[in-house]
Ligand binder design. Structure first.
Ligand SMILES: Nc1ncnc2c1ncn2[C@@H]1O[C@H](COP(=O)(O)OS(=O)(=O)O)[C@@H](OP(=O)(O)O)[C@H]1O
Length: 330
């Protein structure tokens, strides 16, 4: 069969056109590798496919769960979970971690291992963002830490799951917890009346869930039935405020990630009184957490606070022993 003859003009144009095309493609790929902010381990092609992660609609455990863009990658069960503690600084940690290009996290709290377990793993996976090879899927639900069934359930999903617990002085934590409830229901009993079973004897009411949450050693014992200590990282809620980059460095190491999130990502916002991100993930604007994070706590009776300190002390000591770390709570 005869081939169609190529005209001399077309032949002369073919080489420059191909060269141009090659150069365009080369510039396009190399820019995506070096011009993208915070680019890291995923290669240039992966970078092209990355998209900003949607935030939780209501920042603090927003009610609707954000799923993900219709890009490439697949939805996977989380390999790392922030399991607690309530009011420890879990939202700050997750928001900071989301800056990392190798972390994809669901914004709202799925509450799978406590409230939604009967919905099944497929339901849970469906909530997750799509991830590319090498990226870590994460979520945070602070109530897992105190949920009796959660350790067995998480272990049934993956014995290799990495667990992160943000802990905070249990006395400040219980006041923070109370402040949150008060902001929603101003008619609740006083902090003092909820704290004591008997005011005269000073007996603490351990049936109040807000008190229970702070007995970290007890909850940790449950988790240690299913996970070795090496799979659990404790983040200091206090240091997350005073030295966010330092704590984020530890978390990135624990997750086996390159230390991408550093001092350069934070600034201290004097008005807010907390560290904020210079650039939120997927945006060029500074980002502080919302009004419900970093509330002013009401003044509590110093005697009540002192009594609570005494109550928590032995549990704190036990917790320091178990974790091999003194968190410095009095
Ligand atoms: N950077 C930054 N900005 C704002 N707030 C910060 C930050 N880092 C830690 N914190 C502390 O986080 C506390 C809320 O903790 P959680 O996010 O774990 O709360 S929740 O359990 O999800 O409701 C919240 O508690 P309150 O101060 O009592 O509001 C903060 O003290």
């Amino acid at each position: 069969m005869d081939a169609t003859p190529v005209s001399p003009l077309r032949r002369r144009l073919l080489l420059p056109v191909c060269t141009m095309l090659f150069l365009c493609l080369y510039m396009f790929y190399s820019c995506s590798g070096s011009c993208a902010p915070l680019s890291s381990s995923p290669g240039p092609l992966s970078q092209l496919l990355l998209r900003p992660q949607p935030r939780a609609p209501a920042e603090e455990g927003g009610s609707s769960i954000s799923t993900f863009y219709n890009g490439s990658g697949s939805k996977k069960l989380p390999q790392a979970i922030i399991i607690g503690v309530k009011k420890g600084g879990t939202r700050a940690l997750l928001e900071f971690l989301r800056v990392h290009p190798d972390i994809r996290a669901v914004g709202a709290e799925p509450h799978f291992f406590d409230r939604n377990y009967d919905k099944g793993l497929d339901w849970y996976r469906e909530l997750m963002p799509r991830t590319l090879e090498g990226q870590i899927t994460m979520e945070k639900t602070p109530s897992y830490f105190v949920t009796k069934e959660a350790p067995a359930r998480v272990s049934a999903m993956s014995r290799d799951a990495k667990l992160i617990v943000v802990v905070r002085d249990p006395v400040t934590r219980v006041i923070s917890d109370y402040t949150q409830t008060l902001s929603k229901r101003p008619d609740i009993p006083t902090f003092e009346s909820l704290t004591f079973k008997n005011r005269t004897t000073g007996l603490i009411d351990t049936s109040w869930s807000a008190i229970q949450i702070g007995i970290y050693a007890k909850h940790l014992e449950n988790w240690l039935q299913y996970f070795p200590m090496s799979q659990i990282l404790f983040v200091s809620g206090e240091r997350l405020i005073t030295d966010p980059a330092g704590e984020l460095g530890r978390v990135q190491d624990f997750l086996g990630l390159k230390r991408i999130i550093t001092d350069k990502h934070f600034y201290f916002n004097k008005t807010k009184g907390f560290p904020c991100l210079k650039k939120a993930e997927g945006s060029s604007k500074p980002h502080c957490l919302g009004k419900t994070k970093g509330r002013t706590h009401p003044n509590m009776n110093p005697e009540v606070v002192q009594r609570l300190r005494e109550f928590y002390r032995p549990f704190n000591m036990k917790f320091y022993q178990m974790t091999g770390h003194d968190f410095g709570w009095d």
